[in-house]
Design a protein around this ligand. Structure first.
Ligand code: KG4
Ligand code: ZN
Length: 356
């Protein structure tokens, strides 16, 4: 007979400049687990606080996580009409990310676990991003190709199941989000630059400037974006006083170069693996040009594309609670009553892969 247990998983995300808390409900048992349900989530973005400095200030990030995490937890529990005593497992982001920021979430999760006598689960931030499309109205099915594009990572992966991650290619220098952010900074668009650059690009001509498509024909699935940033800088300098009037064109051309490489490499990964499904996750997955071009290309090929809900593309607690729940469901990880936590600021995703 199947034994089914309902679990309430609290998730805490604090790896960078967003404090996220969420509660998901999951069925754990032998009878083919259903996708967990998101009951409530709350988020505080520190973007405004860091804007004055043009980027994330790690010490300020940690202090702000401390201020936000418990009020957000209370808000989530209130919204879900649950109490802390009803929570079964506490999942937190163990890495990668800013050490001090990670320690806040890990410390709070383990303190809560100890006080409530509930087990805890350290989650890989990128696994959270990777699994976040499972919370969308159109959840994927395994296996799939994943394009993980965030501020710190750009990877193509083959995903055969929870915890079964094979890296097919990754950036050898800057991440795609970094390329957006650094180019935006050069154009005086502030932080974080991705959304701002993307907005400005809507009014520009993507063909106006010829920018490099690094490693496009490298024959492998690796990326490189550092050269693009240099090319944008050179172009901006060349424009001099004209930069102001040509900024939208430069933004559109920069975005076109990044999106072009991401789409072409994704198509190559689909071809090489023979898979018929691709999942896009991470902050850059919110980019409308990337979505439009990938959708068009995949439609031509008869490949299904899945994205997280727009508000779950960037960092959030829901993806951490979800990843925790899915790891428990799949038996990949057991929640621990060991509260002597550590964090992993640098932590490759394939280090947690059962397939590695
Ligand atoms: O996944 P995420 O929230 O944080 C990391 O784990 O890194 O991603 C943040 C990144 C930033 O580089 C930001 O500029 C970029 O995602 N981003 C975008 C857009 N929205 C966020 N880049 C391009 N277009 C967007 N609409
Ligand atoms: Zn992230």
């Amino acid at each position: 007979m199947d034994v089914q247990t309902n679990l309430l998983v609290l998730g805490i995300e604090s790896s960078c400049d967003e404090t996220g808390v969420a509660l998901v409900q999951a069925t754990v048992g032998t009878a083919g687990a259903a996708v967990p349900t998101l009951l409530a989530h709350a988020l505080h973005s520190q973007i405004e606080m860091h804007q004055a400095y043009g980027g994330v200030v790690p010490e300020l990030a940690s202090r702000d996580h401390i201020r936000r995490v418990l009020p957000l937890t209370e808000a989530v529990l209130a919204e879900a009409a649950r109490t802390l005593a009803e929570v079964d497992v506490i999942a937190y982001t163990r890495g990668p990310g800013l050490a001090g920021a990670l320690l806040v979430g890990a410390g709070v999760a383990c303190a809560l676990g100890l006080a409530l006598d509930k087990p805890v689960l350290g989650i890989h931030h990128l696994e959270g991003h990777l699994l976040s499309p499972f919370l969308s109205a159109d959840p994927p099915q395994f296996p799939f190709v994943a394009l993980l594009v965030s501020g710190g990572h750009t990877q193509l992966m083959r995903v055969d199941g929870v915890g079964q991650y094979q890296i097919l290619g990754e950036t050898i220098d800057d991440a795609a989000g970094e390329a957006f952010d650094k180019s935006a900074k050069l154009m005086g668009l502030g932080y974080p630059g991705g959304p701002a650059l993307s907005r400005l690009a809507q009014q520009g001509d993507p063909m106006a400037f010829k920018l490099p498509r690094p490693l496009l024909h490298s024959g492998n699935l690796d990326f490189s974006f550092a050269g693009l940033k240099t090319a944008v800088m050179t172009q901006a300098k060349k424009l001099g006083n004209d930069l102001e009037v040509r900024k939208a064109d430069l933004a559109a051309s920069t975005q076109a170069a990044i999106v072009d490489v991401l789409v072409k490499k994704s198509l190559t990964a689909l071809k090489e693996t023979g898979l018929q499904r691709i999942v896009v996750a991470g902050g850059v997955g919110a980019n409308s040009q990337l979505r439009a071009q990938l959708n068009a290309a995949c439609q031509r090929l008869g490949v299904r594309v899945h994205y997280p809900e727009l508000h779950l593309c960037t960092d959030n607690g829901a993806m951490i609670a979800l990843a925790g729940a899915m790891r428990l469901q799949s038996g990949q990880q057991q929640a621990q009553r060991d509260y002597a936590f550590d964090v992993k600021p640098r932590w490759p995703l394939d280090a947690i892969s059962a397939a590695a």
